[in-house]
Design a protein around this ligand. Structure first.
Ligand code: DLL
Length: 433
């Protein structure tokens, strides 16, 4: 039977959700107008006042916020409350430019932890569980967010943070950890290491994993589920909006429910900024409707996905988003063709490789080159050149039919690509260096 952390709101009717959203949106726009001069100026430039925002349809009148606004206003320019009311910051790893620093009041942290608790309960978590949080602790939101959620659910929380893989495994085995929270690439690495140590899926006490913070394919999910003998749930979020738990998967594993009592989602065309209808793929934009310290209105995430309000078998009514294909910033344009790393990952895993790969893009004689380096699994490893060449040819063909362009494929020895303990670095774009 499906269980919920906050059933009244997670399973509220669409009308109830709409009423909550409109009430909170109106109050939030007023909060920002009165307390965040940076955003008020943007509203004035567009000729919008809080009185113009009465229903959800009015949302599109409001100006967007983007990462460049966060940079301009860094560090304190988007604060919605006096500094004395803030009790914490968290920050992004800054892979795409300057770090984002987000602020929290005690109330903001409370709501954020509720969102993470909803995700843990949706993955089957109860107060009987041992929940190992192997996301990084510190500035990254992964560790603190899931740690807070795990406390709220009443799990025995094991705050290992990321890294020190053999110690992670020791705790999993000694404490009979049942829920593992980390990035999917680290989960795959833990699985690989446990296999080497002789643990099969039946020896491993884990039953569920809550994996997010980076794009991962359906094929990678299958792989992790098989190796660890668990059900692997996706979780999504970003620092600007609090952290993990903006949306999460339920037992249906068919998209992530967005916590709509806190966030209103829109999909826009990233080029024209036009709002797209339900089901269309585009850039995800969020309005946080009850954040105090760091209010975000129409924040452009750069993540590409689509939304559906179709009924979900789990009983939750909140809108679902598809797995983000990756950030539009991660999208590679190679000889004019759009390529997402997740498409490459799908081809590799469908051909029996694990997700240990790197994508190297360069420009030679004014032409873009795409080199996919992927590790052979120990079972495939051979010094028979003919066999390796045949495997490479199969991958070149598979990539050609997925991407429409020709890539070079280099098969490398097992273990030659560095494993990540947090977000995996998959792309080296030498054109930008
Ligand atoms: O990654 C928060 C998080 C921690 C989410 C732990 C889930 C689990 P940031 O470091 O600010 O925050 O990075 C946010 O990561 O805009 C997406 O591009 C990407 N991302 C996060 N979750 C997913 C996911 C955290 N499940 C950025 N699938 C977002 C794909 C994801 N991409």
């Amino acid at each position: 039977m499906e269980r919920y952390y906050q059933p009244e709101i997670e399973c509220a009717s669409r009308e109830e959700i709409r009423t909550i959203q409109e009430e909170r949106l109106k109050a939030q726009v007023r909060h920002v107008w009165e307390n965040v001069p940076y955003y008020r100026r943007k509203m004035e430039e567009k000729g919008v006042t809080p009185d113009d925002i009465q229903t959800l349809e009015d949302l599109s009148k409001l100006p967007f916020l983007s990462k460049s606004d966060l940079r301009d206003a860094y560090p304190y320019g988007l604060l919605g409350v006096p500094l004395k009311d803030c009790v914490r910051i968290q920050s992004t790893s800054g892979t795409t430019g300057k770090r984002v620093v987000a602020f929290y009041t005690p109330h903001d942290i409370d709501l954020w932890e509720d969102c993470c608790a909803r995700a843990i309960v949706a993955a089957g978590g109860t107060d009987e569980d041992v929940c190992q949080v192997s996301y990084g602790y510190g500035l990254f939101t992964g560790g603190p967010g899931l740690n807070g959620g795990s406390h709220k659910v009443g799990c025995l929380t094991v705050p290992t943070s990321s890294g020190n893989t053999d110690r992670q495994i020791m705790f999993i085995m000694d404490l009979s950890t049942t829920i593992l929270c980390c990035t999917p690439s680290y989960a795959a690495y833990l699985g690989e290491r446990m296999k080497e140590m002789g643990y099969g899926p039946d020896d491993i006490p884990l039953k569920a994993g809550i994996f997010g913070a980076e794009a991962w394919s359906e094929e990678m999910r299958q792989d992790i589920q098989r190796t660890l003998g668990i059900k692997a749930y996706d979780i999504y979020g970003l620092t600007e909006l609090s952290g993990p738990g903006v949306s999460f998967e339920c037992s249906a594993q068919a998209g992530m429910h967005i916590n709509e009592d806190h966030f209103i989602a829109e999909i826009i065309d990233p080029d024209t900024c036009e709002v797209l209808p339900e089901g269309a793929q585009g850039e995800l934009v969020f309005t946080a409707i009850d954040k105090e310290a760091f209010p975000m209105i129409r924040y452009r995430t750069r993540d590409i996905c689509s939304l559906t309000r179709e009924k979900c078998s789990c009983g939750r009514t909140h809108v679902r988003m598809t797995k983000p294909k990756g950030r539009s910033d991660d999208m590679l344009i190679i000889r004019g063709v759009n390529v997402f790393p997740s498409q490459i990952e799908t081809v590799l895993l469908n051909h029996g490789y694990a997700a240990n790969y790197q994508i190297i893009v360069d420009r030679v004689n004014n032409t873009d080159t795409l080199d996919v380096q992927v590790e052979m699994t120990p079972e495939m490893f051979t010094d028979n050149i003919g066999e390796v060449e045949e495997r490479q040819r199969q991958l070149v063909d598979g990539l050609k039919s997925m991407l429409g362009i020709k890539a070079k494929v280099s098969l490398v020895a097992p273990k030659s690509i560095t494993r990540s303990e947090g977000k995996a670095v998959r792309i080296i774009d030498k054109r930008k260096i």
